[in-house]
Design a protein around this ligand. Structure first.
Ligand SMILES: Cc1ncc(COP(=O)(O)O)c(C=O)c1O
Length: 385
């Protein structure tokens, strides 16, 4: 009987031309470009040339993306907003929160992406207070630490699923339990997880889950998503909006504000058409391989990397427990910019945040990528803390 192998590692690598010239370990910044995503963008251009305005097809692509994201999240399409960035969706979400009363606190983890911090602090102009939850000595932010910061004044808790800075994974379900007990909502920015970590929104426990297509979803910039728990649609009424959030975009009415009954109320203006073509194609690669298979593949590579880093005596910022991390492994450096540049000259593409070297593993990486990186790190050991 033929054994069916998932399209990960060597089985999919040819799809990504960058591996002909580089060891690409930077999916936490941007996913590698594939032949199929390039072909999808070419298709957008060809259609524009051939047919002019393909308006109906564009709207259709928007819905295809919504449906594909719903599949990725084990959710319903009606509960997914198509956004142009995490920032756009989250700004619309915050605009739906009355923050001038008793419940005016926003709790954010120290591992939130800057856009979450910026949007949260912007609400201070509307009467909100922002409470920061900082990591413990081991670098993790436990659910208990969140619980200490949450009370009946908390409107929203922002706990990124996976830290872009250190690779820590939050226990979103436990944090959501504490938040819900206090009557607060939970936002899980899952940009660094989606496509590499299996996300079932109900199991995750958050009320709102957002992300975008630039990284592990293998698409490009200008496109994101926001899942909103259906029970909340009626009560969350964004005041930051646009015509694609209307109950009937083709009504072309300027007479009133009538947001869509579904999560579409968090959509905005004209959809980002080129990004939709790329986004749908990227998602097909991810779902074709299967996120559980990607997660298992990445876990194996991360284990190999961590073993090699131990042999080098390096200081790893990311937790050892596989359930407390994802595709991102961060290593302390003495001069991280120099280390990134040095590796770059050797054709190894990585990135940095704080003093950490960030090594991001994805479906197209193979053991040889990890071994090449480890060999170069051994040659430049003094650049590691
Ligand atoms: C965790 C996280 N959230 C959000 C973003 C980006 O947000 P936006 O789509 O608003 O640019 C990134 C990366 O760019 C990220 O790593």
């Amino acid at each position: 009987m033929a054994v069916e192998t998932s399209r990960v590692g060597a089985a999919i690598r040819d799809e990504f031309p960058i591996f002909e010239t580089a060891t690409y370990l930077n999916s936490c910044s941007q996913g590698a470009l594939s032949h199929s995503v390039r072909a999808a963008v070419d298709e957008w251009l060809a259609g524009w040339d051939a047919n002019g305005a393909e308006w109906a097809f564009w709207v259709d692509r928007n819905e295809a993306f919504r449906t594909a994201i719903a599949g990725l999240l084990h959710a319903e399409a009606d509960d997914v907003a198509v956004t142009t960035s995490v920032s756009q969706g989250v700004s619309a979400l915050f605009s739906a929160l009355p923050l001038d009363g008793e419940r005016n606190r926003i709790v954010i983890s120290e591992y939130e992406f800057p856009t979450i911090g910026q949007i949260a602090h912007a609400q201070e102009l509307r009467g909100a207070q922002v409470v920061h939850v900082r990591p413990g000595d081991d670098g993790s932010i436990s659910a208990e630490r969140f619980a200490e910061a949450i009370d009946e004044r908390t409107a929203l808790v922002c706990c990124t699923t996976l830290s872009y800075r250190s690779g820590h994974r939050h226990d979103v379900a436990a944090i959501a339990k504490a938040a819900h007990a206090a009557g607060a909502l939970v936002l899980a920015d899952s940009y660094q997880a989606c496509g590499a970590v299996e996300l079932d929104v109900r199991a995750l426990g958050a009320d709102v889950v957002t992300g975008g297509t630039v990284k592990y979803l293998l698409g490009t910039a200008g496109l994101g998503f926001m899942w909103v728990r259906p029970e909340l649609h009626a009560t969350l009424v964004p005041t930051q909006t646009g015509w694609f959030a209307d109950e009937d975009i083709f009504a072309m009415s300027i007479a009133d504000y009538s947001p869509h009954a579904s999560a579409r109320r968090f959509d905005s203006g004209t959809p980002p058409v080129p990004s939709l073509y790329a986004g749908v194609a990227g998602l097909e690669l991810v779902t074709g391989a299967g996120v559980p298979a990607i997660e298992a593949h990445v876990r194996g590579l991360a284990g190999r990397l961590l073993d090699g880093l131990d042999e080098l005596g390096a200081t790893v910022a990311t937790p050892r427990d596989p359930s407390a991390r994802g595709p991102l492994v961060c290593v302390r450096a003495t001069d991280v910019e120099r280390l990134v540049a040095t590796l770059g000259r050797e054709g190894i593409i990585v990135s940095s945040r704080d003093d950490n070297l960030r090594v991001a593993l994805h479906l197209y990486n193979v053991e040889e990528d990890v071994d090449r990186l480890l060999a170069e790190l051994a040659s430049h050991r003094t650049l590691l803390a």
